[in-house]
Design a protein around this ligand. Sequence first.
Ligand SMILES: NC(=O)c1ccc[n+]([C@@H]2O[C@H](COP(=O)([O-])OP(=O)(O)OC[C@H]3O[C@@H](n4cnc5c(N)ncnc54)[C@H](OP(=O)(O)O)[C@@H]3O)[C@@H](O)[C@H]2O)c1
Length: 200
Amino acid sequence: MKIGTLGSGTVAQAIARHAVAHGHQVVLSNSRGPASLAGLADELGPLAHAGTPEEAAAAELVLLAVGWPQIPDATAGLPHFDGRIVIDATNQFASPPPHTKIADLGELTGSEHVASLLPGARVVKAFNTLYGQYIAADPRHHAGRQVLFLAGDDADAKTTVKDLTAAFGFAPVDLGSLREGGRLMQLGGPLSGLHALKQD
Ligand SMILES: NC(=O)c1ccc[n+]([C@@H]2O[C@H](COP(=O)([O-])OP(=O)(O)OC[C@H]3O[C@@H](n4cnc5c(N)ncnc54)[C@H](OP(=O)(O)O)[C@@H]3O)[C@@H](O)[C@H]2O)c1
């Protein structure tokens, strides 16, 4: 599979490492351009390339991993997604520490908001509940596999993300729709920051 990343920081790098280790191609992008990511792409090996956000967004599976305030800029001007899958790993921190504020979207969950900015995308919320160190680590721990909560409105897209992340070693757990599952997973929800292991 070809996986594009919008954002190439802590979360995107961790997922990119799992992806290339399992034989997938990765196109990394950020706001500063491919040249700024050449060293990272080299380090990740021949399956990784640095590209523009447009190139990353053209991949069959796209990871959105930018800060919440950067989402409008990172998603503006991208072409229609034509059913391609976007994994939304973001958390709705409206302002960074030490004065953290959670964006209040009313009824709407964060990933429903993200989906509204990505026409034609099948959005699956995943990875946002985990601290970066547990995304990066081998998910196969001695006591069990790292549980990976996910939510989305498209069953086939969720199956693709479940299969991909299970191959990485995670134990994916489907929580339902972006509205119901997303609310459990987002900041303030009971599963945000909850790290669980599943025994096989
Ligand atoms: N870190 C964690 O433990 C963790 C865990 C789960 C979820 N999350 C969530 O995942 C998201 C990413 O977190 P992170 O820790 O990976 O952040 P990060 O390390 O700060 O990386 C953010 C990336 O986004 C890029 N970026 C910024 N503006 C952009 C734009 N307009 N277009 C494209 N790329 C842009 C940045 O590069 P440039 O500035 O060079 O463009 C950088 O590569 C956040 O929403 C965060 O809340 C984080």
